[in-house]
Design a protein around this ligand. Sequence first.
Ligand code: AMP
Ligand code: MG
Length: 405
Amino acid sequence: MAQLSDDCFAFGGALLGIDAARQMIFERVAPVAGIEPVPLRRALGRTLAQDIAAPIAVPGYDNSAVDGYAVRFDDLDPRRETVLRCVDRAAAGHGATLALGPGEAIRIFTGAMLPAGADVVIMQEDCLREADLVTIRPGIRRGANLRRAGEDVARESIALTAGRRLGPADLGLLAALGFVEVPVRRRLSVALLSTGDEVREPGEALRPGQLHDANRYVLAGMLERLDVDVADLGIVRDDAAHLGDALRQAAASSDLIVTSGGVSTGEEDHVRSAIANHGSLYFWRLAIKPGRPVAMGQIGATPLAGLPGNPVAALLTFALVARPMIEALSGTDPHIARRFRVLSAFDYRKKTGRREYVRASLDRKEGAGMLTSLTETDGLVELPEDLTRLQSGTEVDFVPYSELT
Ligand code: AMP
Ligand code: MG
């Protein structure tokens, strides 16, 4: 991989580490208060606002896990076949049957209530039925092929805890417990804007020196996956007064502001100064590549994530900075991207003191462009702060894009 030894970000003063930035986010950003009940079918992706205790046990009754014969274990001969008399039939959904007496079996189907006295179910494949007699092979253990009441969820136990982002299986669990609605955090409203005199909407003809706004599409997609309402404020010119107005309006009508571009040190980078003028700045430089210029602060009382303009850096810093801010605001359990240990098939040199993320494919193809390097690779190799030289064949942490976006 081609790599220049100099980099375009001049080093000047201490940079904040990613872990310290994350900690600062969770210290300074408090959950928004609102809690609302929503019907189960509308709850996918929402953040659970309270612990959920189980009002009933799941399963609610002892039942059979297979089609077969319910019997008393003590009636079975452990060494040879046993012949029992079949006295009743238990199908799912049809309530209790006769209680089992000595020497008796009851024909039973998956999900049917276990007859009183039965403590094992023999799979029908292990039985021979002739008229009302059933012959059972030896070798079963007591309690086999049963599901006991409460073995999945015990009554009054905590089935789900506050802060969980509800997935399909969670909705299934809530439904099994009988809930028709569930208390969730109010959905956040996030204002999103791009900055830059060169940035134009897709569909607009480009003049020399202009480009289409890619970031708002990357970031809106990432925001929508986090189940927030996106207020799209479009593209704002590189003009301090203009930007200040846009940010103050955004602050008045949203829970969080996400911007891209304009956070470096150039005189056309107005986002950082707008934060300083209209609110307060917590940090604006992270010890990270790509994405070193990234600002966090607030406009009025509304938190703001000022992401860099470079689309790769915007995507990465959204995952590392904006997403934790959203989790802090919505009281959602923080997502920790899973890392997988893989062997590096490339050499790499880096500066000490910053964490680097290198686009990588599991099949070794390296992308070269900006956005294509994301669409044509599988994830990022995370190189720790203290590393300076990676040699091919060493183990590295690989984060798939699915864990970030
Ligand atoms: P900035 O952070 O404003 O200095 O921008 C850094 C680089 O990212 C510049 O090359 C910009 O043209 C580019 N850029 C800024 N905003 C966007 C955007 N919304 N979509 C695509 N590229 C952008
Ligand atoms: Mg710019």
